[in-house]
Design a protein around this ligand. Structure first.
Ligand code: ATP
Ligand code: MG
Length: 250
């Protein structure tokens, strides 16, 4: 296995408020890795550092042979061509059609100007997510689950190497959450993308991930296969996982 992204000794504080305090984690090429942890522990801050829109105080992130944390603006533009990403709470643009939403990164990230190319790639993506023919619809006309799938399509339309998703299933009912999880597995298996997820959906993360990393008090408190993490002796990890799974049994 080889690492596609390596995070080393990452530190980030806001004023005197320390969020990340020495995060070390690697993401293996072609695998699904999920970051879990309590709300407010810095998962989204880590995510923003990984795509280079937030700079750490100390430490490094490498994507292949590019140092993300020291990348120039030009390198970051290049980097974003390799990453398909979606922020926590990312919504579609309400005033744009589905087709315009999906085509947006083609223009903004790849600089493509051809309407024919937009139409071709948008059509391919809609087929792939199982929603053919909805190009002209507006987000308000779609269900929550359809909107999320269109969001996945928007992240994939540039044909990235890595898919980074911060809370892809939050706000969806369990059945719709499953369709998104299944879609992530298809992205990984059929398109071969490295997938990096952040989620509160612990059960799903244990089922679909090759690796889980638990962020706690500014560092990775536990990492490994779902099985290894489930057997963790770390008190916080144990408690967090037990709480997540016991919710299922009530
Ligand atoms: N730009 C910012 N300025 C100041 N504080 C910030 C900023 N971004 C994040 N924080 C703080 O950093 C901490 C970690 O935030 P973050 O959004 O990474 O948490 P999280 O683990 O993603 O939580 P959740 O699971 O609720 O999404 C929070 O206390 C948050 O208020
Ligand atoms: Mg978050």
């Amino acid at each position: 296995m080889s690492a596609i992204i390596t995070v080393t000794n990452l530190h980030k504080a806001f004023g005197s408020f320390v969020v990340l305090n020495g995060v070390d984690v690697t993401f293996e090429e072609g695998k699904i890795t999920t970051i879990i942890g309590q709300s407010g522990t810095g998962k989204s801050v880590l995510f923003k550092n990984m795509i280079g829109i937030m700079k750490p105080d100390k430490g490094e992130i490498w994507y292949r042979d590019t140092c993300v944390t020291k990348a120039s603006e030009d390198q970051l533009i290049e980097l974003r061509r390799s990453f398909g990403y979606s922020f926590q709470g990312a919504a579609l643009f309400d005033s744009m059609t589905v087709a315009e939403n999906i085509a947006f990164p083609l223009r903004e990230v790849l600089g493509i100007r051809s309407k024919r190319e937009y139409a071709k790639r948008v059509g391919e993506m809609l087929d792939w997510i199982g929603l053919p023919g909805i190009e002209k619809k507006y987000p308000a006309e779609l269900s929550g689950g359809m909107r999320k799938r269109v969001g996945v399509a928007r992240s994939l339309v540039t044909k990235p190497e890595v898919l980074l998703f911060d809370e892809p299933t939050t706000g969806l009912d369990p059945v719709l959450g499953e369709t998104i999880n299944d879609l992530v597995v298809r992205v990984n298996k059929e398109l071969g993308l490295t997938c990096i997820l952040i989620t509160h959906d612990i059960q799903a993360s244990f089922r679909i991930s090759d690796k889980i990393a638990f962020l706690h008090e500014g560092a990775i408190a536990e990492e490994g296969t779902p099985k290894q993490v489930a057997q963790s002796e770390h008190p916080m990890v144990k408690q967090f996982i037990e709480n997540s799974f016991s919710l299922l049994e009530v």
